[in-house]
Design a protein around this ligand. Structure first.
Ligand SMILES: NC(=O)C1=CN([C@@H]2O[C@H](COP(=O)(O)OP(=O)(O)OC[C@H]3O[C@@H](n4cnc5c(N)ncnc54)[C@H](O)[C@@H]3O)[C@@H](O)[C@H]2O)C=CC1
Ligand SMILES: O=C(O)[C@H]1O[C@H](OP(=O)(O)OP(=O)(O)OC[C@H]2O[C@@H](n3ccc(=O)[nH]c3=O)[C@H](O)[C@@H]2O)[C@H](O)[C@@H](O)[C@@H]1O
Length: 465
């Protein structure tokens, strides 16, 4: 039976870093080395200011770093030492060439796989941790097999990651499930069991699911597509709520009480963001088209289309409420991250909204507790952006002299029991508008202060009719 003693993780990003740090924390008998090509990222992992913000991450890393957890740019040495290698590199949507805008760019996965094939001097279990199209493991296997010898054998596993940012450490310590797919051959099953043994250091055995390779790969895309589909479903209903006087929170609560539906992931919003939902659905759409399943492709595409509609619907509502022009008006945007408790801005709804405000010649002031000014300017990437968008040190500063406050990220500090909305109101131009894209504040309370409030999925006037 294979016993894993030395693990290498290629890719020290949002997934590789936290995942393998928790693994080291829970498996003191295993040496874990996380490697990356980016010297800056590895230097940050080795410093007191880690490259990503995630509640509980510092504690886990500081506990194990230098004992059984190491961060390095020496990719080859870590590959050579390891008996199991996680490939946890980025798989963004392709920007050019065949499948541009839809398919996953597998160049990073391929280059990591080729590196393993080139430098390995002993047998390895290679684990696909990145989210990839179904059957990617086959290409990895072809590359690795072409370099195997009677002494060096490669097994490939699929072990997709289900953590959500902002709760990554909690999710990793107590996952709903761990999924491990393998080829159902004698050696595939032995490799699968070796990884099961690693996870059962802390995960109850009944939560570690084993499947064939392709089911595992597809389950990851399926889980993200279904989660995003729930958000697009509730967001589609939020439009009906606004038009009818139904309240989307009440509808979500009533539906969620049905145990077959469940209450989670039914929060209407300005639209989902994050690096993966859109990318993975587009990946599924592309796969469906390649498999000549156009109806299936169209079905999943609609989840993304609805998300774009929700963002543009929100912007249109803001502009029409502000008397059809926001030229020269000051809009305070509260939140830039794609969700609370993370500094990650990838595909954040805030980017789309602010770009639209800039197109309308508004003056924008942004405050986010965790996102750096440099990142915001990089994401907005427009000429003269620094003249049009001011980055502020607090919500109060952003709202000073503003015509409207727009809540885009659901940070706790924007709640009406934490932020002094009376003070915010006092500093704003009147009428003072507030647009809540996260159903975060008590609209009635804010109306009493004097705000003109709009909340996604709620139409107070219709509600009382
Ligand atoms: N961000 C998230 O919450 C989740 C992401 N995923 C998936 O995990 C994968 C990784 O995502 P993130 O960690 O967010 O990406 P990331 O972009 O934060 O990190 C990837 C890292 O891999 C490094 N890298 C790329 N090629 C390399 C190579 N050949 N050798 C060494 N290092 C290399 C990059 O420099 C980068 O630091 C993606 O497939 C993503 O879809 C899955 C679940 C959750
Ligand atoms: O593959 C991935 O990258 C990950 O994608 C998501 O995790 P993440 O994107 O980090 O965060 P989520 O909590 O899923 O939120 C995604 C977006 O949906 C929004 N959302 C979420 C829930 C909800 O009810 N309403 C809603 O608008 C969030 O604000 C955020 O913009 C999945 O939840 C993870 O299981 C998965 O591993």
């Amino acid at each position: 039976m294979t016993v894993v003693k030395n693990i290498c993780c290629i890719g020290a990003g949002y997934v590789g870093g936290p995942t393998c740090a928790v693994l080291a924390y829970k498996c003191p008998d295993i040496k874990v080395t996380i490697v990356d090509l980016s010297e800056a990222r590895i230097a940050a992992w080795n410093s007191s200011h880690l490259p990503i913000y995630e509640p509980g991450l510092d504690e886990v890393v500081f506990e194990c770093r230098g004992k059984n957890l190491f961060f390095s740019t020496d990719v080859d040495a870590a590959i050579q030492e390891a008996d199991l290698i996680f490939v946890s590199v980025n798989t963004p949507t392709k920007k050019t060439g065949m499948g541009a805008g839809m398919a996953a760019d597998l160049a990073y996965v391929e280059s990591a796989t080729r590196r393993i094939a080139q430098v390995a001097q002993s047998s390895k279990i290679v684990v696909e941790k990145s989210t990839v199209p179904c059957r990617t493991a086959q290409s990895m296997r072809t590359i690795l097999d072409a370099n195997s010898t009677p002494e060096i054998h490669f097994d490939i596993l699929s072990n997709p990651e289900f953590l959500a940012e902002g709760t990554a450490i909690k999710d990793l310590l107590n996952p709903d499930r761990v999924l491990i797919g393998a080829l159902q051959t004698e050696s595939g099953i032995e490799a699968q069991n070796a990884l099961v043994d690693v996870y059962t250091h802390w995960v109850p055995k009944d939560r570690v699911i084993t499947t064939n390779l392709w089911s595992s790969e597809l389950s990851k895309l399926a889980a993200n597509a279904m989660l995003a589909q729930r958000i697009s479903s509730i967001n589609a209903l939020s439009a009906i709520c606004e038009a009818t006087g139904a309240d989307v929170d009440e509808v979500a609560f009533a539906c969620g009480k049905d145990t077959r539906l469940g209450s989670k992931f039914l929060k209407a919003s300005v639209g989902f963001g994050g690096s993966c939902f859109q990318k993975d659905i587009l990946n599924l759409v592309y796969l469906s088209r390649q498999l000549n399943l156009p109806e299936v492709a169209d079905y999943w595409q609609q989840v993304v289309t609805m998300n774009e509609y929700q963002k543009s619907r929100f912007v249109r509502h803001i502009i029409s409420t502000l008397f059809n022009t926001i030229t020269n008006k000051k809009i305070a945007v509260l939140g830039f991250a794609f969700k609370k408790d993370t500094g990650d801005t990838r595909e954040s709804a805030a980017i789309t909204l602010i770009k639209d405000f800039m197109q309308e010649n508004a003056r924008v002031a942004v405050y986010d507790p965790k996102v750096e000014a440099e990142q915001i300017y990089m994401d907005l990437a427009e000429p003269d952006v620094e003249k049009k968008v001011t980055i502020c040190a607090s919500a109060y500063e952003a709202a000073e002299g503003a015509d409207a406050v727009v809540i885009v990220t659901e940070w706790d500090e924007f709640r009406d029991d934490q932020l002094d909305y009376t003070k915010i109101y006092a500093g704003m131009n009147k009428p003072a508008f507030l647009f809540d894209g996260r159903l975060l504040v008590d609209a009635a309370k804010l109306r009493k202060i004097g705000f003109k409030v709009s909340v996604i999925g709620k139409n107070e006037l219709a509600g009382t009719a």
